[in-house]
Design a protein around this ligand. Structure first.
Ligand SMILES: [Zn+2]
Length: 506
Protein backbone atom coordinates (compact mmCIF):
# COMPACT_ATOMS: atom_id res chain seq x y z
CA UNK A 1 0.00 0.00 0.00
CA UNK A 2 1.24 3.51 -0.70
CA UNK A 3 1.87 5.62 2.40
CA UNK A 4 2.62 9.33 2.00
CA UNK A 5 3.52 11.36 5.09
CA UNK A 6 4.43 15.06 5.23
CA UNK A 7 5.68 17.62 7.73
CA UNK A 8 4.75 21.26 7.30
CA UNK A 9 7.33 23.13 5.29
CA UNK A 10 9.31 25.36 7.58
CA UNK A 11 9.63 29.11 7.19
CA UNK A 12 13.17 30.13 6.32
CA UNK A 13 12.89 33.45 8.16
CA UNK A 14 14.25 31.70 11.25
CA UNK A 15 16.59 28.90 12.20
CA UNK A 16 15.45 25.40 13.08
CA UNK A 17 14.55 24.76 16.71
CA UNK A 18 13.12 21.98 18.85
CA UNK A 19 9.58 22.46 17.52
CA UNK A 20 10.71 21.76 13.97
CA UNK A 21 12.74 18.77 15.14
CA UNK A 22 9.68 17.40 16.96
CA UNK A 23 7.39 17.29 13.92
CA UNK A 24 10.12 15.92 11.69
CA UNK A 25 11.04 13.17 14.16
CA UNK A 26 7.38 12.16 14.49
CA UNK A 27 6.97 11.96 10.72
CA UNK A 28 10.14 9.90 10.48
CA UNK A 29 8.81 7.41 13.02
CA UNK A 30 5.69 6.94 10.88
CA UNK A 31 7.71 6.56 7.68
CA UNK A 32 10.19 4.08 9.16
CA UNK A 33 7.47 1.97 10.75
CA UNK A 34 5.52 1.79 7.49
CA UNK A 35 8.66 0.71 5.62
CA UNK A 36 9.14 -2.05 8.19
CA UNK A 37 5.59 -3.09 7.49
CA UNK A 38 6.50 -3.40 3.82
CA UNK A 39 4.45 -0.41 2.62
CA UNK A 40 5.45 1.79 -0.32
CA UNK A 41 6.47 4.95 1.56
CA UNK A 42 7.09 8.54 0.54
CA UNK A 43 8.11 11.05 3.20
CA UNK A 44 8.28 14.76 2.43
CA UNK A 45 9.65 17.73 4.32
CA UNK A 46 11.05 21.06 3.17
CA UNK A 47 11.06 24.81 3.43
CA UNK A 48 8.58 27.61 2.80
CA UNK A 49 10.57 30.42 1.22
CA UNK A 50 8.08 32.95 -0.12
CA UNK A 51 5.96 35.62 1.51
CA UNK A 52 6.27 38.69 3.62
CA UNK A 53 7.98 37.24 6.71
CA UNK A 54 10.85 35.97 4.57
CA UNK A 55 11.10 39.17 2.51
CA UNK A 56 11.14 41.26 5.71
CA UNK A 57 13.76 39.19 7.47
CA UNK A 58 15.99 39.26 4.37
CA UNK A 59 15.66 43.03 4.20
CA UNK A 60 16.59 43.31 7.86
CA UNK A 61 19.72 41.23 7.21
CA UNK A 62 20.58 43.18 4.05
CA UNK A 63 20.41 40.12 1.79
CA UNK A 64 17.98 38.93 -0.88
CA UNK A 65 15.12 36.58 0.06
CA UNK A 66 16.75 33.98 -2.17
CA UNK A 67 20.00 34.23 -0.22
CA UNK A 68 18.12 33.89 3.05
CA UNK A 69 16.35 30.82 1.67
CA UNK A 70 19.61 29.24 0.53
CA UNK A 71 21.23 29.87 3.87
CA UNK A 72 18.45 28.52 6.07
CA UNK A 73 17.20 25.66 3.88
CA UNK A 74 20.65 24.10 4.39
CA UNK A 75 20.21 24.36 8.16
CA UNK A 76 16.89 22.53 8.03
CA UNK A 77 18.40 19.84 5.80
CA UNK A 78 21.35 19.43 8.13
CA UNK A 79 19.13 19.14 11.18
CA UNK A 80 17.09 16.41 9.50
CA UNK A 81 20.25 14.49 8.68
CA UNK A 82 21.60 14.94 12.20
CA UNK A 83 18.38 13.48 13.63
CA UNK A 84 18.64 10.37 11.38
CA UNK A 85 15.56 11.47 9.45
CA UNK A 86 14.85 9.55 6.24
CA UNK A 87 12.79 11.98 4.13
CA UNK A 88 12.55 10.93 0.48
CA UNK A 89 12.62 14.50 -0.79
CA UNK A 90 13.22 18.00 0.51
CA UNK A 91 11.01 20.54 -1.23
CA UNK A 92 11.79 24.26 -1.42
CA UNK A 93 8.94 26.48 -2.58
CA UNK A 94 11.45 28.39 -4.69
CA UNK A 95 11.97 25.26 -6.81
CA UNK A 96 10.93 26.25 -10.35
CA UNK A 97 9.00 22.98 -10.75
CA UNK A 98 6.95 23.74 -7.65
CA UNK A 99 6.24 27.28 -8.84
CA UNK A 100 5.11 26.10 -12.27
CA UNK A 101 2.77 23.54 -10.70
CA UNK A 102 1.33 26.13 -8.28
CA UNK A 103 0.51 28.37 -11.25
CA UNK A 104 -1.14 25.44 -12.99
CA UNK A 105 -3.35 24.49 -10.02
CA UNK A 106 -4.29 28.09 -9.24
CA UNK A 107 -5.23 28.59 -12.89
CA UNK A 108 -7.46 25.51 -12.67
CA UNK A 109 -9.19 26.89 -9.55
CA UNK A 110 -9.71 30.15 -11.46
CA UNK A 111 -11.04 28.39 -14.55
CA UNK A 112 -13.44 26.36 -12.41
CA UNK A 113 -15.04 29.63 -11.33
CA UNK A 114 -13.84 29.82 -7.74
CA UNK A 115 -11.81 33.05 -8.02
CA UNK A 116 -12.95 36.68 -8.28
CA UNK A 117 -11.41 40.17 -7.98
CA UNK A 118 -12.17 42.09 -4.81
CA UNK A 119 -10.86 44.42 -2.15
CA UNK A 120 -9.71 43.14 1.16
CA UNK A 121 -9.83 45.26 4.24
CA UNK A 122 -8.97 43.96 7.66
CA UNK A 123 -6.48 43.56 10.45
CA UNK A 124 -3.32 42.06 9.07
CA UNK A 125 -0.40 40.46 10.90
CA UNK A 126 2.76 40.79 8.82
CA UNK A 127 4.47 38.11 10.93
CA UNK A 128 1.70 35.56 10.31
CA UNK A 129 1.28 36.85 6.77
CA UNK A 130 -2.43 36.52 7.52
CA UNK A 131 -5.47 38.71 7.89
CA UNK A 132 -7.26 38.22 11.22
CA UNK A 133 -10.98 38.24 11.86
CA UNK A 134 -12.15 40.49 14.72
CA UNK A 135 -13.02 37.38 16.72
CA UNK A 136 -9.44 36.17 16.52
CA UNK A 137 -7.89 39.40 17.78
CA UNK A 138 -6.75 39.89 21.33
CA UNK A 139 -7.35 43.04 23.31
CA UNK A 140 -5.87 46.12 21.66
CA UNK A 141 -6.21 44.58 18.18
CA UNK A 142 -3.25 42.32 18.83
CA UNK A 143 -2.24 39.19 16.97
CA UNK A 144 -3.07 36.22 19.22
CA UNK A 145 0.24 34.60 18.29
CA UNK A 146 2.66 37.50 17.98
CA UNK A 147 1.00 39.90 20.44
CA UNK A 148 1.85 42.85 18.19
CA UNK A 149 -0.72 45.54 17.51
CA UNK A 150 -2.21 45.12 14.05
CA UNK A 151 -3.21 47.78 11.55
CA UNK A 152 -6.11 47.71 9.15
CA UNK A 153 -4.83 47.04 5.67
CA UNK A 154 -6.66 47.36 2.41
CA UNK A 155 -5.72 46.03 -0.99
CA UNK A 156 -7.19 44.84 -4.26
CA UNK A 157 -6.49 41.20 -4.80
CA UNK A 158 -7.90 37.94 -6.07
CA UNK A 159 -10.21 36.01 -3.78
CA UNK A 160 -10.81 32.32 -3.38
CA UNK A 161 -14.48 31.52 -2.84
CA UNK A 162 -13.99 29.58 0.40
CA UNK A 163 -17.57 30.34 1.46
CA UNK A 164 -18.85 28.15 -1.38
CA UNK A 165 -17.16 25.15 0.24
CA UNK A 166 -18.87 25.30 3.60
CA UNK A 167 -21.36 22.59 2.72
CA UNK A 168 -18.86 20.29 0.95
CA UNK A 169 -16.53 20.63 3.95
CA UNK A 170 -19.29 19.83 6.43
CA UNK A 171 -20.12 16.80 4.32
CA UNK A 172 -16.46 15.74 4.26
CA UNK A 173 -16.31 15.95 8.05
CA UNK A 174 -19.54 14.00 8.40
CA UNK A 175 -18.33 11.23 6.10
CA UNK A 176 -14.79 11.06 7.46
CA UNK A 177 -14.73 11.31 11.25
CA UNK A 178 -11.00 10.53 11.16
CA UNK A 179 -10.18 13.30 8.70
CA UNK A 180 -8.69 15.41 11.50
CA UNK A 181 -7.16 13.89 14.63
CA UNK A 182 -7.13 14.06 17.61
CA UNK A 183 -10.86 14.46 18.22
CA UNK A 184 -10.64 17.84 19.96
CA UNK A 185 -8.96 19.29 16.85
CA UNK A 186 -11.60 17.74 14.61
CA UNK A 187 -14.25 19.45 16.74
CA UNK A 188 -12.37 22.74 16.64
CA UNK A 189 -12.06 22.71 12.84
CA UNK A 190 -15.67 21.65 12.35
CA UNK A 191 -17.01 24.39 14.59
CA UNK A 192 -14.89 26.89 12.67
CA UNK A 193 -16.51 25.67 9.45
CA UNK A 194 -20.01 25.71 10.94
CA UNK A 195 -19.40 29.24 12.20
CA UNK A 196 -19.50 30.40 8.58
CA UNK A 197 -16.63 30.69 6.12
CA UNK A 198 -15.49 33.96 4.59
CA UNK A 199 -13.69 34.08 1.28
CA UNK A 200 -9.92 34.40 1.54
CA UNK A 201 -7.30 36.24 -0.47
CA UNK A 202 -5.68 34.09 -3.10
CA UNK A 203 -3.09 36.72 -4.03
CA UNK A 204 -1.18 39.72 -2.72
CA UNK A 205 -0.73 42.93 -4.67
CA UNK A 206 2.06 44.65 -2.74
CA UNK A 207 4.44 41.80 -2.37
CA UNK A 208 6.70 40.70 -5.22
CA UNK A 209 8.35 37.66 -3.60
CA UNK A 210 6.23 34.73 -4.67
CA UNK A 211 4.64 32.83 -7.55
CA UNK A 212 3.16 35.27 -10.10
CA UNK A 213 -0.61 34.88 -10.55
CA UNK A 214 -0.82 33.33 -14.04
CA UNK A 215 -3.62 35.59 -15.33
CA UNK A 216 -2.43 38.75 -13.55
CA UNK A 217 1.33 39.02 -13.22
CA UNK A 218 1.06 42.19 -11.14
CA UNK A 219 0.16 39.95 -8.18
CA UNK A 220 1.75 36.95 -6.48
CA UNK A 221 -0.05 33.91 -5.10
CA UNK A 222 -0.73 34.31 -1.38
CA UNK A 223 2.06 32.53 0.47
CA UNK A 224 -0.21 30.12 2.32
CA UNK A 225 -1.75 28.82 -0.87
CA UNK A 226 1.67 28.52 -2.47
CA UNK A 227 2.91 26.65 0.63
CA UNK A 228 -0.05 24.27 1.05
CA UNK A 229 0.31 23.15 -2.53
CA UNK A 230 3.82 21.80 -1.82
CA UNK A 231 2.31 18.52 -0.61
CA UNK A 232 0.83 18.00 -4.05
CA UNK A 233 3.46 19.57 -6.32
CA UNK A 234 6.44 17.70 -4.81
CA UNK A 235 5.23 14.36 -6.14
CA UNK A 236 5.36 15.66 -9.71
CA UNK A 237 9.12 16.30 -9.69
CA UNK A 238 10.73 14.63 -6.66
CA UNK A 239 12.05 11.86 -8.94
CA UNK A 240 13.81 12.74 -12.16
CA UNK A 241 11.72 11.82 -15.16
CA UNK A 242 8.97 10.27 -13.02
CA UNK A 243 5.65 11.62 -11.76
CA UNK A 244 4.74 10.03 -8.41
CA UNK A 245 1.35 11.73 -8.10
CA UNK A 246 -0.69 8.73 -9.21
CA UNK A 247 1.26 6.47 -6.92
CA UNK A 248 1.12 8.51 -3.69
CA UNK A 249 -1.70 11.05 -3.87
CA UNK A 250 -3.81 11.60 -1.76
CA UNK A 251 -1.46 11.98 1.21
CA UNK A 252 -1.97 9.50 4.04
CA UNK A 253 -1.04 11.89 6.87
CA UNK A 254 -0.24 15.58 7.04
CA UNK A 255 1.45 16.09 10.40
CA UNK A 256 1.09 19.66 11.69
CA UNK A 257 1.26 21.86 14.79
CA UNK A 258 -1.97 23.23 16.19
CA UNK A 259 -1.24 26.82 15.11
CA UNK A 260 -1.83 25.95 11.44
CA UNK A 261 -4.99 23.91 11.89
CA UNK A 262 -7.29 26.30 10.02
CA UNK A 263 -5.08 26.31 6.94
CA UNK A 264 -4.77 22.53 6.78
CA UNK A 265 -8.20 21.40 7.96
CA UNK A 266 -10.34 24.04 6.25
CA UNK A 267 -8.64 26.00 3.47
CA UNK A 268 -6.50 23.15 2.15
CA UNK A 269 -9.31 20.63 1.49
CA UNK A 270 -11.45 23.42 -0.01
CA UNK A 271 -8.64 24.40 -2.41
CA UNK A 272 -8.23 20.80 -3.47
CA UNK A 273 -11.95 20.40 -4.06
CA UNK A 274 -11.91 23.61 -6.11
CA UNK A 275 -9.12 22.18 -8.24
CA UNK A 276 -10.86 18.79 -8.44
CA UNK A 277 -8.04 17.04 -6.64
CA UNK A 278 -8.65 14.39 -3.99
CA UNK A 279 -8.33 15.58 -0.39
CA UNK A 280 -5.78 13.97 1.97
CA UNK A 281 -6.77 10.99 4.11
CA UNK A 282 -5.84 12.52 7.43
CA UNK A 283 -4.54 15.67 9.08
CA UNK A 284 -2.96 14.98 12.47
CA UNK A 285 -2.19 17.74 14.93
CA UNK A 286 0.42 17.62 17.67
CA UNK A 287 0.80 19.96 20.62
CA UNK A 288 3.67 22.17 21.73
CA UNK A 289 6.78 21.29 23.64
CA UNK A 290 6.94 23.94 26.35
CA UNK A 291 10.22 24.99 27.86
CA UNK A 292 9.57 25.64 31.53
CA UNK A 293 11.79 27.08 34.24
CA UNK A 294 14.17 24.40 35.40
CA UNK A 295 17.48 23.78 37.06
CA UNK A 296 20.43 24.01 34.68
CA UNK A 297 21.56 20.67 33.36
CA UNK A 298 25.28 19.98 33.51
CA UNK A 299 25.82 19.16 29.89
CA UNK A 300 23.03 20.98 28.12
CA UNK A 301 22.53 24.23 29.99
CA UNK A 302 18.86 25.05 30.36
CA UNK A 303 17.61 24.70 26.80
CA UNK A 304 17.14 21.76 24.52
CA UNK A 305 18.79 22.81 21.29
CA UNK A 306 18.29 19.85 18.96
CA UNK A 307 21.63 20.01 17.16
CA UNK A 308 23.48 20.22 20.44
CA UNK A 309 21.55 17.39 22.11
CA UNK A 310 22.05 15.16 19.08
CA UNK A 311 25.75 15.93 19.10
CA UNK A 312 26.26 15.24 22.81
CA UNK A 313 23.82 12.36 23.38
CA UNK A 314 23.15 11.09 19.87
CA UNK A 315 20.00 11.54 17.80
CA UNK A 316 18.18 8.53 19.26
CA UNK A 317 18.11 9.97 22.76
CA UNK A 318 16.42 13.16 21.55
CA UNK A 319 13.97 11.24 19.34
CA UNK A 320 13.07 9.05 22.30
CA UNK A 321 12.77 11.90 24.79
CA UNK A 322 10.43 14.20 22.87
CA UNK A 323 8.01 11.39 22.06
CA UNK A 324 8.23 9.81 25.52
CA UNK A 325 7.97 12.91 27.69
CA UNK A 326 4.93 14.66 26.19
CA UNK A 327 1.84 12.74 25.15
CA UNK A 328 1.71 13.18 21.37
CA UNK A 329 -1.21 15.46 20.50
CA UNK A 330 -1.07 17.41 23.79
CA UNK A 331 1.08 20.26 25.03
CA UNK A 332 3.66 19.43 27.64
CA UNK A 333 6.82 20.61 29.31
CA UNK A 334 10.29 19.48 28.36
CA UNK A 335 13.56 20.37 30.04
CA UNK A 336 17.24 19.59 29.78
CA UNK A 337 17.06 18.20 33.30
CA UNK A 338 14.13 15.94 32.44
CA UNK A 339 16.00 14.79 29.37
CA UNK A 340 18.99 13.71 31.43
CA UNK A 341 16.79 11.86 33.89
CA UNK A 342 15.13 9.79 31.18
CA UNK A 343 18.47 9.25 29.46
CA UNK A 344 19.94 7.73 32.60
CA UNK A 345 16.99 5.84 34.05
CA UNK A 346 15.32 4.57 30.92
CA UNK A 347 17.80 4.51 28.07
CA UNK A 348 21.03 3.71 29.90
CA UNK A 349 19.64 1.60 32.77
CA UNK A 350 16.45 -0.06 31.61
CA UNK A 351 17.34 -0.67 27.96
CA UNK A 352 21.12 -0.31 27.67
CA UNK A 353 21.95 -2.37 30.77
CA UNK A 354 19.45 -5.07 29.92
CA UNK A 355 21.16 -5.40 26.55
CA UNK A 356 24.73 -5.51 27.87
CA UNK A 357 23.85 -7.94 30.69
CA UNK A 358 22.06 -10.27 28.33
CA UNK A 359 24.90 -10.31 25.82
CA UNK A 360 27.49 -10.79 28.56
CA UNK A 361 25.61 -13.75 30.05
CA UNK A 362 25.17 -15.44 26.66
CA UNK A 363 28.89 -14.95 26.15
CA UNK A 364 29.90 -16.23 29.55
CA UNK A 365 27.45 -19.10 30.09
CA UNK A 366 26.86 -20.31 26.53
CA UNK A 367 30.05 -19.42 24.65
CA UNK A 368 28.37 -16.57 22.82
CA UNK A 369 25.61 -18.62 21.19
CA UNK A 370 21.96 -17.92 22.05
CA UNK A 371 20.50 -21.27 23.19
CA UNK A 372 17.27 -22.66 21.74
CA UNK A 373 14.30 -22.88 24.11
CA UNK A 374 10.66 -21.92 24.57
CA UNK A 375 9.83 -18.70 26.43
CA UNK A 376 7.80 -19.23 29.64
CA UNK A 377 4.06 -19.17 28.93
CA UNK A 378 3.26 -16.37 31.33
CA UNK A 379 5.81 -13.99 29.86
CA UNK A 380 5.00 -15.02 26.29
CA UNK A 381 1.35 -14.12 26.97
CA UNK A 382 2.42 -10.62 27.92
CA UNK A 383 4.04 -10.21 24.50
CA UNK A 384 1.01 -11.58 22.65
CA UNK A 385 -0.61 -9.03 20.38
CA UNK A 386 2.18 -6.50 20.88
CA UNK A 387 2.99 -6.05 17.21
CA UNK A 388 -0.69 -5.63 16.33
CA UNK A 389 -1.12 -3.04 19.01
CA UNK A 390 1.98 -1.15 17.85
CA UNK A 391 0.64 -1.13 14.28
CA UNK A 392 -2.75 0.11 15.46
CA UNK A 393 -1.10 2.84 17.52
CA UNK A 394 0.96 4.03 14.58
CA UNK A 395 -2.12 4.02 12.34
CA UNK A 396 -3.76 6.37 14.84
CA UNK A 397 -0.52 8.40 15.14
CA UNK A 398 -0.53 7.77 18.90
CA UNK A 399 3.21 7.83 19.18
CA UNK A 400 3.63 8.24 22.91
CA UNK A 401 1.14 5.50 23.76
CA UNK A 402 2.84 3.19 21.25
CA UNK A 403 6.26 3.88 22.70
CA UNK A 404 4.87 3.17 26.15
CA UNK A 405 3.43 -0.18 25.00
CA UNK A 406 6.89 -1.24 23.89
CA UNK A 407 8.62 0.16 26.94
CA UNK A 408 6.39 -1.81 29.31
CA UNK A 409 7.90 -4.97 27.81
CA UNK A 410 11.41 -3.68 28.48
CA UNK A 411 10.46 -3.19 32.10
CA UNK A 412 8.93 -6.67 32.10
CA UNK A 413 12.17 -8.20 30.82
CA UNK A 414 14.07 -6.39 33.55
CA UNK A 415 11.76 -7.89 36.18
CA UNK A 416 12.25 -11.28 34.59
CA UNK A 417 16.05 -11.13 34.99
CA UNK A 418 15.68 -10.11 38.62
CA UNK A 419 13.18 -12.89 39.34
CA UNK A 420 15.15 -15.63 37.59
CA UNK A 421 18.63 -14.61 38.71
CA UNK A 422 20.42 -16.41 35.86
CA UNK A 423 23.78 -15.89 37.60
CA UNK A 424 22.51 -18.22 40.33
CA UNK A 425 21.15 -20.75 37.84
CA UNK A 426 24.57 -20.83 36.20
CA UNK A 427 26.12 -22.22 39.39
CA UNK A 428 23.98 -25.35 39.25
CA UNK A 429 24.32 -27.80 36.33
CA UNK A 430 20.87 -29.23 37.11
CA UNK A 431 19.43 -25.84 36.11
CA UNK A 432 20.96 -25.84 32.61
CA UNK A 433 17.62 -26.07 30.79
CA UNK A 434 16.18 -23.31 32.92
CA UNK A 435 19.20 -21.13 32.16
CA UNK A 436 18.78 -21.85 28.45
CA UNK A 437 15.18 -20.69 28.71
CA UNK A 438 16.10 -17.48 30.52
CA UNK A 439 18.90 -16.57 28.12
CA UNK A 440 16.82 -17.37 25.07
CA UNK A 441 13.84 -15.38 26.37
CA UNK A 442 15.98 -12.34 27.17
CA UNK A 443 17.72 -12.36 23.79
CA UNK A 444 14.43 -12.96 21.97
CA UNK A 445 12.56 -10.35 24.02
CA UNK A 446 15.29 -7.78 23.35
CA UNK A 447 15.15 -8.61 19.67
CA UNK A 448 11.38 -8.09 19.51
CA UNK A 449 11.36 -4.79 21.38
CA UNK A 450 14.30 -3.52 19.33
CA UNK A 451 12.57 -4.29 16.03
CA UNK A 452 9.49 -2.42 17.27
CA UNK A 453 11.57 0.44 18.70
CA UNK A 454 13.56 0.82 15.53
CA UNK A 455 11.48 3.70 14.08
CA UNK A 456 11.94 5.62 17.34
CA UNK A 457 15.65 4.90 17.84
CA UNK A 458 17.06 3.65 14.56
CA UNK A 459 20.79 3.75 15.28
CA UNK A 460 20.81 2.12 18.71
CA UNK A 461 18.37 -0.61 17.77
CA UNK A 462 20.39 -1.49 14.68
CA UNK A 463 23.53 -1.79 16.79
CA UNK A 464 21.79 -3.98 19.31
CA UNK A 465 20.18 -6.22 16.69
CA UNK A 466 23.57 -6.64 15.02
CA UNK A 467 25.09 -7.62 18.38
CA UNK A 468 22.27 -10.16 18.83
CA UNK A 469 23.14 -11.58 15.43
CA UNK A 470 19.60 -10.89 14.14
CA UNK A 471 19.43 -7.82 11.93
CA UNK A 472 16.09 -8.48 10.22
CA UNK A 473 13.74 -5.48 10.72
CA UNK A 474 10.51 -6.75 9.15
CA UNK A 475 7.49 -6.71 11.44
CA UNK A 476 6.59 -10.29 10.49
CA UNK A 477 9.32 -11.38 12.87
CA UNK A 478 8.39 -9.00 15.70
CA UNK A 479 6.82 -11.75 17.79
CA UNK A 480 8.34 -13.45 20.82
CA UNK A 481 9.45 -16.91 19.69
CA UNK A 482 9.41 -16.06 15.97
CA UNK A 483 13.16 -16.61 15.80
CA UNK A 484 14.95 -19.64 17.23
CA UNK A 485 18.24 -19.68 19.10
CA UNK A 486 21.57 -20.37 17.44
CA UNK A 487 22.74 -16.83 16.69
CA UNK A 488 26.24 -15.88 17.72
CA UNK A 489 26.28 -12.66 19.70
CA UNK A 490 28.80 -9.90 19.08
CA UNK A 491 30.26 -6.84 20.74
CA UNK A 492 27.91 -4.01 21.65
CA UNK A 493 29.80 -1.54 23.83
CA UNK A 494 27.73 1.03 25.69
CA UNK A 495 24.46 1.81 23.91
CA UNK A 496 23.90 4.96 25.97
CA UNK A 497 27.20 5.92 27.55
CA UNK A 498 27.45 8.28 30.48
CA UNK A 499 27.95 11.83 29.29
CA UNK A 500 30.45 13.87 31.26
CA UNK A 501 29.48 17.43 32.14
CA UNK A 502 30.97 19.93 29.76
CA UNK A 503 33.36 22.57 30.96
CA UNK A 504 31.44 25.82 31.47
CA UNK A 505 31.58 28.04 28.40
CA UNK A 506 34.26 30.70 28.65
ZN1 LIG B 1 0.85 37.14 14.00
Amino acid sequence: MPYYVTTPIYYVNGEPHLGHAYTTIAADVLARHMRQRGEDVFFLTGTDEHGEPVAQEAERLGITPRELGDRNAVRFKELAARLSVTNDFFIRTTDPEHMAKVAEVVQRIHDNGHVYAGTYEGFYCPRCADFKTEAELEEGNRCPIHKIELQIEKEDNWFFRLSAFQEPLEQLYAERPGFVTPQNRYNEALSFIRGGLRDVSLSRARLKWGVPVPWDESQVVYVWIDALLNYYTALSYARDGEDLTERFWPASVHLIGKDILKFHAVIWPALLMAAEIEVPQKVTIHGYLLLGEHKMSKSLGNVIEPNHVAEVYGPDALRFYVLREVSFGSDGEVSAEGFETRYTTELANEYGNLASRTLAMVERYRDGVVPSAEPPAELAAEFDGLVQSVCAGIDEVELTATLDEIWRRIKRLNRYVQDEEPWQLAKDDAQADRLDQVLYTLAEGLRVVSVLLHPFMPGSTERLLAALGREELGLDGARLGAVEGGATVGELGQLFPRVEAEAPAA
